[in-house]
Design a protein around this ligand. Sequence first.
Ligand SMILES: [Zn+2]
Length: 79
Amino acid sequence: MSVPKKKRTRGSKKRRASHFALKKTKTVLCSKCKRAKLPHQVCTFCGSYKGKDVIKSKLDKKEEKKLSKKNLKSKEKQA
Ligand SMILES: [Zn+2]
């Protein structure tokens, strides 16, 4: 294993670390549901992009789960 030739001073360490801080994530408001979302990406809540529905929204998925549960119960009753 290689060994450092000289001691790294506090100042040089800190100068290097001055660029390590995390940047705040930038967000924009969704045009449909007005929630904060990442720019140039599909809204994760309502699933719209540029005013169009692109993927299934969280609300749609909840309704689907409810419907599938109801369907299962009705099938059990029939059997
Ligand atoms: Zn949205």
